[in-house]
Design a protein around this ligand. Sequence first.
Ligand code: SAH
Ligand code: F3S
Length: 482
Amino acid sequence: MEKVIDENKQGTSLQLEQKQHNTKKLFIESYGCQMNFSDSEIVASILSNEGYNTTDKIEEADLVLVNTCSIRDKAEQTVRKRLDQYNRYKQNKPNMKVGVLGCMAERLKNQFLEEEKIVDMVVGPDAYKDLPNLLKEVEEGRDAINVILSKEETYGDIAPVRLQSNGVTAFVSIMRGCDNMCTFCVVPFTRGRERSRDPQSIITEIKDLYEKGFKEVTLLGQNVDSYLWYGGGLKKDFSKATEMQKATAVDFAQLLEQCATAFPKMRFRFSTSNPQDMHEEVLHVIAKYHNVCKYIHLPVQSGSTRILKEMNRQHTREEYMQLIDKVYQIIPDCSISQDMITGFPTETEKDHQDTLSLMEYARYDFGYMFAYSERPGTLAARKLEDDVPEEIKKRRLSEVIEMQNKIGLERTKRFLGKTVEVLIEKTSKRSEEEWAGRNSQNITVVFPKDNYKVGDFVEVKVTDCTSATLQGKATGYSSMQS
Ligand code: SAH
Ligand code: F3S
């Protein structure tokens, strides 16, 4: 996923004022998860106070930053190719500085500076507030690095500069890090321990978005169901909290409910849920509030209990199935999506069949599917041999994708003839004459523009569908329209 980020035209007046005086240009690119895109908005905000405005033209940049992903080897290779390209620009513009941010910075640390000498600055995900100091080092001709992981940092006090924004939907980070230690995953190493952000600062950020006309917020975290604010830092230290802190602690269900009630004219989504941490209360909040979208991204990774155990996922196939039952029981019109990994070490044909049958059981609307990629330093890399041949991983992956396409089509068909509520986000890719938006279940809906505009909530009667998209005709504004 490659994206060039542009400056949001809707900054606050304060930001605009600062920007008018800014003379330097920042080109910032993000790869990987939504959290990285959200972090880049924090970085842009910090640097706007240091004299930098963003640009989408790399040729005119004084500073080039790339926010990187380490989740699979391919993600790192993509970034490496980009770094080569930056260095070619640098040959024509020696004063241009290049910095690596995010998970690759954290994973590879000073390797970029010492062995490879391809960048000027290396900054890990918890060190963005140190950017002003690091830039000073770089301006004085020294390499700069900060990859210290923090127990407290949530950037809750920084108002992000919205990048590449449609002015309608935004991401708001509610927590950082992950304590789950799935054996295949590099995230706990690159993003550190789990910590939650003060709910007050979350509500303040959403209020600011609301006042700027935004209509939908996605609450972001590696594991949102584990959100817990008690006034302390690390999640794992909750047992040490005072009685007062315990009594006033806010969990994810409460946070979601606070958001839904404080902003009844905004829609809320969240990502990502982990089956082992998902509580029934969250399902009840989703069911209770119209403005909480009926959609859960609920990665399972495998349908085999044996493989789940090897992955250190804290649930069995059967427990996951019970959770799926509960979701459909409490929220009958809910859509569910998955993440799946094929060819995890020791995966047999039988394990793979278990994955396919679990997919049929869960009736996922869509999913994100990957062949296992061994990541250095993870528990799986240290303890298990990457023993499933590449062609078998790939074959299983295509079977999993085929299964998802089949179920996806069956699932989208359930909307045929029904009327769904859509928030208009942008012009459809297919036609200038049509709008595109999503329904509550996170399915893209395309329909003729008529007199509606971006940011409107409309009712759309569905007349046609593919495995991933609905087609229809707007019949009027929905009750969410202000
Ligand atoms: N909880 C996180 C998960 C981040 S990783 C979230 O917010 O989504 C996203 C997905 O990448 C995982 O769910 C998993 O399916 C996949 N993934 C992670 N490590 C992987 C690896 N080593 N090989 C292949 N896929 C991997
Ligand atoms: Fe990774 Fe598992 Fe956390 S997939 S981000 S260690 S929940």
